[in-house]
Write a protein that binds this ligand. Structure first.
Ligand SMILES: [Zn+2]
Length: 430
Protein backbone atom coordinates (compact mmCIF):
# COMPACT_ATOMS: atom_id res chain seq x y z
CA UNK A 1 0.00 0.00 0.00
CA UNK A 2 1.21 3.52 -0.61
CA UNK A 3 0.09 7.04 -1.45
CA UNK A 4 -3.47 6.17 -2.32
CA UNK A 5 -4.19 4.37 0.94
CA UNK A 6 -6.18 5.62 3.89
CA UNK A 7 -4.82 4.43 7.20
CA UNK A 8 -6.69 4.43 10.49
CA UNK A 9 -5.75 2.90 13.79
CA UNK A 10 -8.37 1.69 16.27
CA UNK A 11 -7.42 0.78 19.84
CA UNK A 12 -9.58 -1.40 22.12
CA UNK A 13 -9.24 -2.98 25.53
CA UNK A 14 -10.96 -6.23 26.45
CA UNK A 15 -11.54 -7.60 29.97
CA UNK A 16 -11.14 -11.14 31.24
CA UNK A 17 -14.93 -11.56 31.44
CA UNK A 18 -15.11 -11.17 27.62
CA UNK A 19 -12.90 -14.23 27.07
CA UNK A 20 -14.16 -16.67 24.42
CA UNK A 21 -16.48 -14.12 22.83
CA UNK A 22 -16.09 -13.01 19.23
CA UNK A 23 -16.48 -9.27 19.13
CA UNK A 24 -16.95 -6.94 16.17
CA UNK A 25 -15.01 -3.74 15.57
CA UNK A 26 -16.99 -2.01 12.83
CA UNK A 27 -15.54 0.24 10.14
CA UNK A 28 -16.84 1.81 6.95
CA UNK A 29 -15.82 0.83 3.45
CA UNK A 30 -16.44 3.49 0.80
CA UNK A 31 -17.39 2.72 -2.79
CA UNK A 32 -13.96 3.61 -4.18
CA UNK A 33 -12.00 1.09 -2.12
CA UNK A 34 -9.85 -1.38 -4.06
CA UNK A 35 -8.34 -3.34 -1.19
CA UNK A 36 -8.92 -3.60 2.56
CA UNK A 37 -5.91 -4.40 4.72
CA UNK A 38 -5.91 -5.17 8.45
CA UNK A 39 -3.00 -5.48 10.81
CA UNK A 40 -3.62 -6.68 14.34
CA UNK A 41 -1.31 -5.94 17.25
CA UNK A 42 -2.03 -7.59 20.58
CA UNK A 43 -0.46 -6.40 23.82
CA UNK A 44 -1.56 -8.30 26.91
CA UNK A 45 -1.29 -6.19 30.05
CA UNK A 46 0.38 -9.18 31.66
CA UNK A 47 0.46 -12.89 30.94
CA UNK A 48 -0.52 -14.53 27.68
CA UNK A 49 -3.31 -13.59 25.28
CA UNK A 50 -4.60 -15.15 22.06
CA UNK A 51 -6.80 -13.03 19.83
CA UNK A 52 -8.12 -14.58 16.64
CA UNK A 53 -8.72 -12.48 13.53
CA UNK A 54 -11.44 -12.40 10.90
CA UNK A 55 -13.41 -10.03 8.69
CA UNK A 56 -17.09 -9.49 8.02
CA UNK A 57 -18.35 -7.51 5.03
CA UNK A 58 -21.87 -6.09 4.63
CA UNK A 59 -23.22 -9.55 3.75
CA UNK A 60 -21.43 -11.84 6.19
CA UNK A 61 -18.14 -13.39 7.20
CA UNK A 62 -15.54 -12.70 4.52
CA UNK A 63 -12.72 -14.67 6.04
CA UNK A 64 -11.18 -16.03 9.20
CA UNK A 65 -7.56 -16.72 9.98
CA UNK A 66 -7.80 -17.50 13.69
CA UNK A 67 -4.44 -17.00 15.38
CA UNK A 68 -2.49 -17.79 12.20
CA UNK A 69 -1.87 -14.26 10.90
CA UNK A 70 -1.60 -10.71 12.09
CA UNK A 71 -1.77 -9.13 8.62
CA UNK A 72 -4.56 -9.88 6.15
CA UNK A 73 -6.01 -8.22 3.08
CA UNK A 74 -9.04 -8.59 0.81
CA UNK A 75 -9.28 -7.29 -2.73
CA UNK A 76 -11.42 -7.95 -5.77
CA UNK A 77 -9.10 -10.49 -7.37
CA UNK A 78 -6.70 -11.44 -4.60
CA UNK A 79 -6.97 -11.96 -0.84
CA UNK A 80 -4.96 -13.44 2.02
CA UNK A 81 -5.26 -17.18 2.57
CA UNK A 82 -8.45 -17.73 4.55
CA UNK A 83 -10.21 -14.76 2.93
CA UNK A 84 -12.37 -14.59 -0.15
CA UNK A 85 -11.42 -12.30 -3.03
CA UNK A 86 -14.33 -10.56 -4.73
CA UNK A 87 -16.24 -7.28 -4.97
CA UNK A 88 -15.88 -5.00 -1.95
CA UNK A 89 -19.44 -3.84 -1.18
CA UNK A 90 -19.58 -0.35 0.35
CA UNK A 91 -21.04 -0.03 3.84
CA UNK A 92 -20.33 -1.27 7.32
CA UNK A 93 -17.75 -3.99 7.63
CA UNK A 94 -16.21 -5.28 10.86
CA UNK A 95 -12.98 -6.76 12.08
CA UNK A 96 -13.82 -9.94 13.99
CA UNK A 97 -11.75 -10.50 17.08
CA UNK A 98 -11.96 -13.89 18.77
CA UNK A 99 -10.99 -13.36 22.41
CA UNK A 100 -9.75 -16.90 22.82
CA UNK A 101 -7.35 -16.37 25.73
CA UNK A 102 -7.49 -13.21 27.85
CA UNK A 103 -5.30 -12.77 30.94
CA UNK A 104 -6.82 -11.53 34.21
CA UNK A 105 -5.70 -7.96 33.61
CA UNK A 106 -7.26 -7.91 30.16
CA UNK A 107 -5.77 -7.37 26.72
CA UNK A 108 -5.21 -4.27 24.57
CA UNK A 109 -5.38 -4.55 20.82
CA UNK A 110 -4.52 -2.13 18.08
CA UNK A 111 -6.07 -2.59 14.67
CA UNK A 112 -4.41 -0.73 11.81
CA UNK A 113 -6.78 -0.52 8.84
CA UNK A 114 -5.49 0.38 5.41
CA UNK A 115 -7.87 1.02 2.58
CA UNK A 116 -6.32 1.36 -0.83
CA UNK A 117 -8.48 3.60 -2.97
CA UNK A 118 -9.10 3.11 -6.64
CA UNK A 119 -6.86 5.69 -8.27
CA UNK A 120 -5.19 5.78 -11.68
CA UNK A 121 -1.52 4.95 -11.33
CA UNK A 122 1.36 3.21 -13.05
CA UNK A 123 1.39 -0.52 -12.34
CA UNK A 124 4.39 -2.68 -13.12
CA UNK A 125 4.12 -6.10 -14.66
CA UNK A 126 5.30 -8.74 -17.06
CA UNK A 127 3.16 -9.95 -19.97
CA UNK A 128 5.07 -13.13 -20.79
CA UNK A 129 5.97 -15.88 -18.32
CA UNK A 130 5.92 -19.67 -18.23
CA UNK A 131 5.24 -22.17 -15.47
CA UNK A 132 5.11 -25.93 -14.96
CA UNK A 133 1.81 -25.79 -16.87
CA UNK A 134 4.05 -25.85 -19.97
CA UNK A 135 7.85 -25.88 -20.18
CA UNK A 136 8.62 -23.59 -17.24
CA UNK A 137 10.23 -24.59 -13.95
CA UNK A 138 8.00 -22.57 -11.59
CA UNK A 139 4.74 -23.55 -9.99
CA UNK A 140 2.19 -20.75 -10.34
CA UNK A 141 2.74 -19.74 -6.72
CA UNK A 142 6.51 -19.66 -7.24
CA UNK A 143 6.10 -17.57 -10.40
CA UNK A 144 3.94 -15.03 -8.54
CA UNK A 145 6.38 -15.00 -5.61
CA UNK A 146 9.27 -14.31 -8.01
CA UNK A 147 7.25 -11.48 -9.53
CA UNK A 148 6.63 -10.10 -6.03
CA UNK A 149 10.37 -10.21 -5.28
CA UNK A 150 10.84 -7.98 -8.33
CA UNK A 151 8.22 -5.54 -7.05
CA UNK A 152 5.69 -6.30 -9.79
CA UNK A 153 1.95 -5.70 -9.47
CA UNK A 154 0.83 -8.26 -12.06
CA UNK A 155 2.10 -11.23 -14.05
CA UNK A 156 0.52 -12.76 -17.14
CA UNK A 157 0.64 -16.57 -17.08
CA UNK A 158 1.27 -17.40 -20.72
CA UNK A 159 1.90 -21.10 -20.99
CA UNK A 160 2.08 -22.68 -24.42
CA UNK A 161 -1.24 -23.71 -26.00
CA UNK A 162 -2.99 -24.50 -22.72
CA UNK A 163 -5.38 -22.93 -20.21
CA UNK A 164 -4.79 -25.15 -17.17
CA UNK A 165 -2.74 -22.35 -15.55
CA UNK A 166 -5.74 -20.04 -15.94
CA UNK A 167 -7.95 -22.44 -13.98
CA UNK A 168 -5.41 -22.55 -11.17
CA UNK A 169 -4.34 -18.90 -10.77
CA UNK A 170 -3.47 -18.51 -7.07
CA UNK A 171 -5.74 -15.84 -5.64
CA UNK A 172 -3.86 -15.68 -2.35
CA UNK A 173 -0.68 -14.20 -3.84
CA UNK A 174 0.37 -10.58 -3.45
CA UNK A 175 0.86 -10.25 -7.23
CA UNK A 176 -2.17 -10.31 -9.51
CA UNK A 177 -2.01 -13.32 -11.83
CA UNK A 178 -3.54 -12.53 -15.22
CA UNK A 179 -4.75 -15.46 -17.34
CA UNK A 180 -2.97 -15.96 -20.62
CA UNK A 181 -1.86 -18.36 -23.32
CA UNK A 182 1.10 -18.31 -25.65
CA UNK A 183 -0.49 -19.46 -28.89
CA UNK A 184 2.44 -21.46 -30.18
CA UNK A 185 2.71 -22.66 -33.78
CA UNK A 186 5.69 -23.99 -35.69
CA UNK A 187 5.79 -20.67 -37.52
CA UNK A 188 5.50 -18.17 -34.73
CA UNK A 189 4.02 -17.31 -31.34
CA UNK A 190 1.37 -14.85 -30.19
CA UNK A 191 0.19 -14.05 -26.68
CA UNK A 192 -3.48 -14.07 -25.75
CA UNK A 193 -3.56 -12.03 -22.54
CA UNK A 194 -6.50 -11.75 -20.16
CA UNK A 195 -8.96 -14.46 -21.26
CA UNK A 196 -9.28 -17.74 -19.36
CA UNK A 197 -10.40 -19.62 -22.51
CA UNK A 198 -9.09 -17.55 -25.43
CA UNK A 199 -9.50 -20.42 -27.93
CA UNK A 200 -10.79 -24.00 -27.82
CA UNK A 201 -8.21 -25.64 -30.07
CA UNK A 202 -4.77 -24.24 -30.87
CA UNK A 203 -4.12 -26.36 -33.95
CA UNK A 204 -3.75 -24.24 -37.06
CA UNK A 205 -2.56 -25.32 -40.49
CA UNK A 206 -2.94 -22.13 -42.50
CA UNK A 207 -2.80 -18.38 -42.23
CA UNK A 208 -6.61 -18.34 -42.28
CA UNK A 209 -6.69 -20.67 -39.26
CA UNK A 210 -4.15 -18.57 -37.38
CA UNK A 211 -5.98 -15.29 -38.01
CA UNK A 212 -9.35 -16.87 -37.14
CA UNK A 213 -7.96 -18.06 -33.79
CA UNK A 214 -6.45 -14.63 -33.10
CA UNK A 215 -9.83 -13.03 -33.77
CA UNK A 216 -11.57 -15.55 -31.53
CA UNK A 217 -9.17 -14.75 -28.70
CA UNK A 218 -9.83 -11.01 -29.15
CA UNK A 219 -13.61 -11.58 -29.18
CA UNK A 220 -13.25 -13.48 -25.92
CA UNK A 221 -11.55 -10.51 -24.31
CA UNK A 222 -7.85 -11.22 -24.81
CA UNK A 223 -5.26 -8.66 -25.80
CA UNK A 224 -3.49 -10.27 -28.77
CA UNK A 225 0.25 -9.65 -29.07
CA UNK A 226 2.80 -10.83 -31.64
CA UNK A 227 5.61 -12.34 -29.58
CA UNK A 228 9.32 -11.92 -30.34
CA UNK A 229 8.47 -11.55 -34.06
CA UNK A 230 12.10 -11.58 -35.24
CA UNK A 231 13.52 -14.13 -32.78
CA UNK A 232 16.45 -15.93 -34.36
CA UNK A 233 17.54 -18.22 -31.51
CA UNK A 234 14.96 -20.91 -32.25
CA UNK A 235 13.78 -22.11 -35.66
CA UNK A 236 10.02 -21.83 -35.02
CA UNK A 237 9.85 -18.69 -32.84
CA UNK A 238 9.89 -15.84 -35.38
CA UNK A 239 6.46 -14.77 -36.64
CA UNK A 240 6.03 -16.03 -40.21
CA UNK A 241 2.25 -15.71 -40.52
CA UNK A 242 2.47 -12.18 -41.88
CA UNK A 243 2.92 -8.99 -39.89
CA UNK A 244 -0.55 -7.82 -40.94
CA UNK A 245 -2.02 -10.42 -38.56
CA UNK A 246 -4.91 -9.12 -36.41
CA UNK A 247 -3.03 -8.08 -33.27
CA UNK A 248 -3.49 -5.31 -30.69
CA UNK A 249 0.11 -5.28 -29.56
CA UNK A 250 3.60 -6.38 -30.44
CA UNK A 251 6.23 -7.65 -28.03
CA UNK A 252 9.02 -5.39 -29.26
CA UNK A 253 11.01 -6.17 -26.14
CA UNK A 254 11.44 -9.85 -25.28
CA UNK A 255 13.90 -10.70 -22.49
CA UNK A 256 17.25 -8.89 -22.43
CA UNK A 257 17.83 -6.22 -25.10
CA UNK A 258 19.42 -7.77 -28.19
CA UNK A 259 19.51 -7.41 -31.99
CA UNK A 260 16.27 -9.42 -32.49
CA UNK A 261 14.46 -6.85 -30.34
CA UNK A 262 16.11 -4.05 -32.26
CA UNK A 263 14.64 -5.46 -35.47
CA UNK A 264 11.22 -5.61 -33.81
CA UNK A 265 11.60 -1.99 -32.68
CA UNK A 266 12.52 -0.87 -36.21
CA UNK A 267 9.61 -2.81 -37.69
CA UNK A 268 7.20 -1.29 -35.14
CA UNK A 269 8.38 2.23 -35.96
CA UNK A 270 7.70 1.57 -39.66
CA UNK A 271 4.23 0.24 -38.76
CA UNK A 272 3.55 3.46 -36.81
CA UNK A 273 4.70 5.54 -39.79
CA UNK A 274 2.27 3.61 -42.01
CA UNK A 275 -0.55 4.60 -39.65
CA UNK A 276 -0.93 1.30 -37.85
CA UNK A 277 -1.32 1.76 -34.10
CA UNK A 278 0.09 -1.31 -32.47
CA UNK A 279 0.83 -1.04 -28.76
CA UNK A 280 4.41 -1.90 -27.81
CA UNK A 281 4.65 -4.20 -24.81
CA UNK A 282 7.40 -6.23 -23.17
CA UNK A 283 7.73 -9.73 -21.81
CA UNK A 284 10.52 -11.54 -20.00
CA UNK A 285 9.54 -14.94 -21.46
CA UNK A 286 11.07 -16.38 -18.28
CA UNK A 287 10.97 -20.18 -18.04
CA UNK A 288 13.51 -20.89 -15.26
CA UNK A 289 16.51 -19.36 -13.56
CA UNK A 290 19.17 -20.76 -15.91
CA UNK A 291 19.96 -17.47 -17.66
CA UNK A 292 20.82 -14.73 -15.15
CA UNK A 293 19.52 -12.04 -17.57
CA UNK A 294 16.09 -13.62 -17.97
CA UNK A 295 14.03 -12.71 -14.91
CA UNK A 296 10.43 -11.80 -14.09
CA UNK A 297 9.93 -8.13 -14.85
CA UNK A 298 13.00 -7.90 -17.14
CA UNK A 299 11.77 -6.08 -19.14
CA UNK A 300 9.03 -4.53 -17.07
CA UNK A 301 5.87 -3.20 -18.69
CA UNK A 302 4.25 -0.21 -16.95
CA UNK A 303 0.51 0.26 -17.41
CA UNK A 304 -1.43 3.37 -16.34
CA UNK A 305 -4.49 1.71 -14.85
CA UNK A 306 -7.46 3.04 -12.83
CA UNK A 307 -7.09 0.11 -10.42
CA UNK A 308 -5.14 -3.10 -9.98
CA UNK A 309 -7.75 -5.17 -11.74
CA UNK A 310 -7.37 -7.43 -14.78
CA UNK A 311 -10.10 -5.72 -16.83
CA UNK A 312 -8.67 -2.25 -16.16
CA UNK A 313 -5.13 -3.35 -17.02
CA UNK A 314 -6.29 -4.85 -20.34
CA UNK A 315 -8.22 -1.69 -21.23
CA UNK A 316 -5.19 0.46 -20.44
CA UNK A 317 -3.01 -1.75 -22.67
CA UNK A 318 -5.47 -1.41 -25.56
CA UNK A 319 -5.33 2.36 -25.04
CA UNK A 320 -1.54 2.28 -25.27
CA UNK A 321 -1.10 3.76 -21.79
CA UNK A 322 2.07 1.73 -21.57
CA UNK A 323 5.84 2.10 -21.43
CA UNK A 324 8.56 -0.50 -21.01
CA UNK A 325 11.78 -0.48 -18.99
CA UNK A 326 14.71 -2.89 -18.81
CA UNK A 327 13.87 -3.72 -15.19
CA UNK A 328 11.26 -2.68 -12.59
CA UNK A 329 13.40 0.27 -11.42
CA UNK A 330 12.83 2.51 -14.40
CA UNK A 331 13.65 5.04 -15.82
CA UNK A 332 10.00 6.16 -15.92
CA UNK A 333 8.70 7.97 -18.98
CA UNK A 334 5.68 10.25 -19.12
CA UNK A 335 4.46 11.95 -22.30
CA UNK A 336 1.51 14.26 -21.73
CA UNK A 337 -0.38 16.95 -23.60
CA UNK A 338 -3.23 18.55 -21.66
CA UNK A 339 -5.18 15.62 -20.25
CA UNK A 340 -3.83 13.24 -22.90
CA UNK A 341 -1.03 10.76 -22.32
CA UNK A 342 0.94 8.26 -24.39
CA UNK A 343 -1.37 6.04 -26.41
CA UNK A 344 -4.02 8.78 -26.75
CA UNK A 345 -4.73 10.92 -29.77
CA UNK A 346 -4.61 14.64 -29.05
CA UNK A 347 -7.41 16.46 -30.91
CA UNK A 348 -6.53 19.47 -33.06
CA UNK A 349 -8.22 21.99 -30.77
CA UNK A 350 -5.95 21.09 -27.83
CA UNK A 351 -3.01 23.46 -28.22
CA UNK A 352 -1.05 22.72 -25.02
CA UNK A 353 2.64 21.99 -25.28
CA UNK A 354 3.61 18.34 -24.93
CA UNK A 355 5.58 17.57 -21.79
CA UNK A 356 8.10 14.76 -21.85
CA UNK A 357 9.36 13.73 -18.45
CA UNK A 358 11.88 10.98 -17.80
CA UNK A 359 12.56 10.18 -14.15
CA UNK A 360 15.56 8.31 -12.78
CA UNK A 361 17.91 8.74 -15.71
CA UNK A 362 21.55 7.91 -15.04
CA UNK A 363 24.54 10.01 -16.03
CA UNK A 364 25.43 9.15 -19.62
CA UNK A 365 21.92 8.01 -20.60
CA UNK A 366 20.73 9.26 -23.97
CA UNK A 367 17.09 10.37 -24.15
CA UNK A 368 15.74 10.32 -27.70
CA UNK A 369 12.50 12.04 -28.59
CA UNK A 370 11.37 10.48 -31.83
CA UNK A 371 8.70 12.22 -33.90
CA UNK A 372 6.71 10.60 -36.71
CA UNK A 373 8.09 13.30 -39.01
CA UNK A 374 11.27 15.33 -38.57
CA UNK A 375 14.50 15.03 -36.66
CA UNK A 376 15.11 12.97 -33.57
CA UNK A 377 15.89 15.14 -30.55
CA UNK A 378 18.78 13.71 -28.52
CA UNK A 379 19.87 14.67 -25.05
CA UNK A 380 22.74 13.13 -23.09
CA UNK A 381 22.30 13.19 -19.29
CA UNK A 382 25.27 14.79 -17.49
CA UNK A 383 24.04 13.73 -14.06
CA UNK A 384 21.42 11.38 -12.65
CA UNK A 385 17.92 12.71 -12.05
CA UNK A 386 14.96 13.92 -14.01
CA UNK A 387 14.77 15.12 -17.59
CA UNK A 388 11.90 17.40 -18.62
CA UNK A 389 11.28 18.82 -22.07
CA UNK A 390 8.40 20.73 -23.64
CA UNK A 391 7.61 20.38 -27.32
CA UNK A 392 5.28 22.82 -29.06
CA UNK A 393 4.83 23.27 -32.83
CA UNK A 394 5.06 21.86 -35.41
CA UNK A 395 3.16 18.75 -34.40
CA UNK A 396 4.26 15.42 -35.81
CA UNK A 397 1.73 12.60 -36.34
CA UNK A 398 3.16 11.05 -33.20
CA UNK A 399 5.92 11.45 -30.65
CA UNK A 400 7.61 8.70 -28.68
CA UNK A 401 10.60 8.39 -26.36
CA UNK A 402 13.54 6.01 -25.99
CA UNK A 403 16.28 5.99 -23.35
CA UNK A 404 19.58 4.29 -24.20
CA UNK A 405 22.41 3.37 -21.82
CA UNK A 406 25.92 2.02 -22.25
CA UNK A 407 26.09 -1.56 -20.99
CA UNK A 408 29.54 -2.52 -19.66
CA UNK A 409 28.39 -6.16 -19.68
CA UNK A 410 27.43 -6.25 -23.34
CA UNK A 411 29.86 -3.50 -24.48
CA UNK A 412 27.15 -1.72 -26.44
CA UNK A 413 24.30 0.74 -25.95
CA UNK A 414 21.13 -0.97 -24.86
CA UNK A 415 17.58 0.30 -24.59
CA UNK A 416 16.52 0.92 -20.97
CA UNK A 417 13.14 2.60 -21.53
CA UNK A 418 10.64 2.87 -24.38
CA UNK A 419 7.36 4.78 -24.46
CA UNK A 420 4.33 4.23 -26.61
CA UNK A 421 3.54 7.15 -28.91
CA UNK A 422 1.32 10.10 -28.16
CA UNK A 423 -0.60 10.70 -31.39
CA UNK A 424 -1.73 14.04 -32.78
CA UNK A 425 -4.73 14.71 -34.96
CA UNK A 426 -3.34 16.74 -37.83
CA UNK A 427 -6.36 17.35 -40.06
CA UNK A 428 -5.63 18.55 -43.60
CA UNK A 429 -1.87 18.39 -43.16
CA UNK A 430 -1.82 14.65 -42.62
ZN1 LIG B 1 7.45 -17.74 -27.53
Amino acid sequence: MGEDAKRTVIARHFAKRQEKRIVEVPFLVASDVEEVGVELRVSPTQGHATVDLGLRDVHGVRGWSGGARQVVWVGEETASPGYVAGPLPAGEWAVLLGLYEVPDAGVSVEIAMEMRLKAPRWLRGDFHAHSIHSDGAFSLTEALDKAEEQGLDFLALTDHNTVSQNLNVPRDARVLGIPGMEFTTYDGHANFIGAVYPIDDFRAASREDVYRLMRTAAERGAVVSLNHPFESSCPSCAWRWGMEAPADAVEVWNGPWRPDNERALRWWHQALLSGRRLVAIGGSDVHNLENPYVRHGHPCTWVYSPARRTADILTAVRQGHVFITADPDGPRIEVECGSYRMGDRVPRHVTDATTIRVREVEAGDEVRIIPGVGDVLRWRAQSPGEYVCEVQEPRPPFLRVEVWRWSPTFQTEVLVALSNPLYFELGDLA
